[in-house]
Design a protein around this ligand. Structure first.
Ligand code: COA
Length: 187
């Protein structure tokens, strides 16, 4: 890997790293848990309908679950997003296979690191991964009504609004679809 921590833990497989030269997507390691926890803010909790602030043990369990899904090549594929200079984790991005050639895309960037293009770069990398490694035809992005940052990011990816549906917490999701066969392939 061109930068960042090259430790490989358990069955973490370095070939799952993705980069565009500006951001590096890598599997989270348990030792990233404090930095991940420090990156949580009220905005993130609101838009993910979190019932309470996370504790370190919650983050460690989340990272362990992510690692287990990678180990088994399960339906959930999560990456931490690292900036290059400084070499720090700035957020995360994930895909969940939904069946029917569909994947759900989700993302977050830590406060203080936003509006620097990290989310757009990271999501573009995993959309290409979804197409090439998960044979996805459609990427689905859902955000709560009022989440303008996420909505604009989805639009920037080329996704189209297709309707509303109830969220897990009883609010309303705007649902966007990105049809991959309509997306130009990178040369
Ligand atoms: C949504 C989020 C991931 C965007 O991350 P980011 O790294 O700041 O996004 P980028 O810098 O890559 O911005 C890409 C585009 O998203 C849109 N965008 C990002 N932040 C925005 C904001 N505060 N207001 C309006 N549009 C915004 C813009 O269209 C932007 O393109 P531009 O900078 O050329 O205008 C970040 O705000 C975040 O983590 N929010 C809290 C968690 C969350 O809501 N996750 C999504 C749940 S559905």
């Amino acid at each position: 890997m061109p930068w960042g921590d090259t430790d490989v833990v358990q069955d973490q497989m370095p070939q799952h790293s993705l980069t565009d030269g500006v951001v590096m997507l890598k599997l989270l390691n348990l030792k990233d848990a404090p930095a991940w926890l420090a990156g949580e803010d009220e905005e993130q909790r609101r838009w993910f309908e979190a019932p309470r602030p996370s504790q370190l043990s919650d983050v460690e369990q989340f990272i362990a679950d992510c690692q287990e899904s990678w180990r088994t090549m399960g339906d959930h594929r999560h990456w931490g997003v690292w900036s290059r200079d400084p070499d720090v984790v700035v957020g995360g991005v994930d895909l969940r296979a939904l069946g029917n050639d569909e994947v759900n895309l989700s993302y977050l960037v830590f406060p203080g690191q936003r509006r620097r293009g990290f989310a757009l770069r990271a999501t573009q990398l995993v959309v290409e991964y979804a197409r090439t490694s998960m044979s996805a035809q459609t990427v689905i992005i859902k955000m709560l009504t009022g989440n303008e940052s996420s909505r604009n990011l989805a639009l920037g990816l080329g996704a189209l609004y297709v309707g509303d549906e109830p969220s897990d917490g009883g609010a309303t999701f705007h649902v966007f679809n990105l049809r991959l066969h309509d997306t130009p392939r990178e040369e």
